[in-house]
Write a protein that binds this ligand. Structure first.
Ligand code: ATP
Ligand code: MG
Length: 329
């Protein structure tokens, strides 16, 4: 595998990812779970890798995804949506006899969520290395790895193959650990370490920084990760904004926009995709961070995980509209 050289420019080929596509159906009331009939809204296009790749395309980057859906409306809704936004959908397989993945989600009063998932046994569980997937991977300049995707049969192996192939041709890798501390033992720890050894851009949020680095202090954690050879660590801080860390630019902080949070799902994916794509398109780290920060904030103002994706023009307008509003320190 080629040595790390930082985030590869757009000219090297599209950004790709491998992972789950699903629909999300949301309770319209706050409360505990699904033990009785209740009002729901959806289906919304979803799946962290799908949100990510849709935002890459909206930002203006070439984008493709390896995934699997069923021969049903939930699958068609997603594929149509991704294609409309400019994602290469040629490597999305349609699996006969399996439904597209789905998630019912309801927020509790404390902001936590109850889920009913159909994912592992959905079409997503039949994601495989098809000829179309091989062709997409062979052209790719960057691969984004979503930690959660390793939890679905078949996807981890394809991700690892994509990472080897893309690295071998001088491409780069981003990694969103997307993993809770309690789940970071054994096989998962091995996967995290493998990804840290190849990632050029790390996109942790909250405690993931400490899980990844094994440190408990933020500055020490960042230093340990940069020492591994990761070029850029970009930390997502939710309603507290975000920070960039690299040897070249040091630390750059972006304070959060003050917005009405309607639905936080997908903010991290929109943020990461915008940051990565801006960097691939040649924006400086501070510019990429500013756009990413706006993309995350704008996403949480819309209901539905993929409904708040943004073009750079929409982000320019969002940033301009906010300039005279009060920004949280
Ligand atoms: P996800 O729930 O999608 O996994 P995450 O934990 O990976 O999210 P967050 O830190 O929640 O990522 O959000 C990513 C970025 O989006 C933040 O760093 C911030 O820039 C922006 N953001 C998220 N929530 C808010 C908010 N309530 N107000 C303003 N900006 C926000
Ligand atoms: Mg996250």
């Amino acid at each position: 595998m080629a040595p790390r050289r930082g985030i590869a420019p757009e000219a090297l080929g599209p950004t790709i990812t491998v992972g789950e596509i699903l629909v999300e159906i949301m309770a319209t009331t706050v409360g505990e779970g699904f033990l009785g009939p209740q009002p729901l809204v959806g289906p919304f296009a979803s799946g962290a890798p799908a949100i990510f790749i849709d935002q890459v395309a909206r930002t203006g980057g070439a984008a493709g995804i390896v995934a699997a859906v069923g021969d049903d409306d939930f699958g068609r809704l997603n594929v149509t949506r991704l294609a409309r936004d400019g994602v290469d959908v040629s490597a999305i397989s349609v699996i006969p006899g399996k439904p597209t993945g789905s998630a019912f989600v309801r927020y509790r009063a404390d902001g936590s969520r109850d889920f009913v998932f159909n994912l592992v046994h959905s079409a997503a569980g039949d994601t495989a290395m098809t000829a179309e997937a091989e062709a997409l991977i062979a052209r790719a300049g960057h691969v984004h790895v979503m930690g959660s995707a390793f939890g679905i049969a078949g996807i981890g192996e394809i991700l690892l193959a994509a990472v080897s192939s893309v690295k071998a041709r001088g491409g780069s890798v981003s990694f969103d650990p997307n993993i809770r501390k309690e789940l970071a033992g054994g096989e998962t720890r091995k996967r995290i370490d493998e990804m840290l050894a190849v990632a050029d851009l790390l996109l942790p949020s909250g405690e993931e920084l400490f899980v990844a680095s094994g440190k408990t202090d933020e500055a020490e954690a960042v230093e340990a990760l940069l020492a591994l050879g990761i070029s850029e660590v970009v930390l997502k801080r939710g309603a507290q904004g975000s920070s960039h860390f690299s040897r070249e630019a040091g630390r750059i902080d972006a304070p959060a926009y003050k917005v009405d949070e309607i639905d936080p799902t997908g903010a991290g994916d929109c943020f990461g995709a915008t940051y990565l794509t801006c960097r691939r398109l040649g924006h400086r780290p501070d510019q990429a961070l500013a756009y990413a920060n706006a993309a995350g904030a704008r996403n949480v103002t819309r209901q539905g995980p993929m409904e708040g994706v943004s073009t750079l023009a929409e982000l320019d307008a969002f940033i301009a509209a906010d300039a005279d509003r009060k920004i949280l320190a």
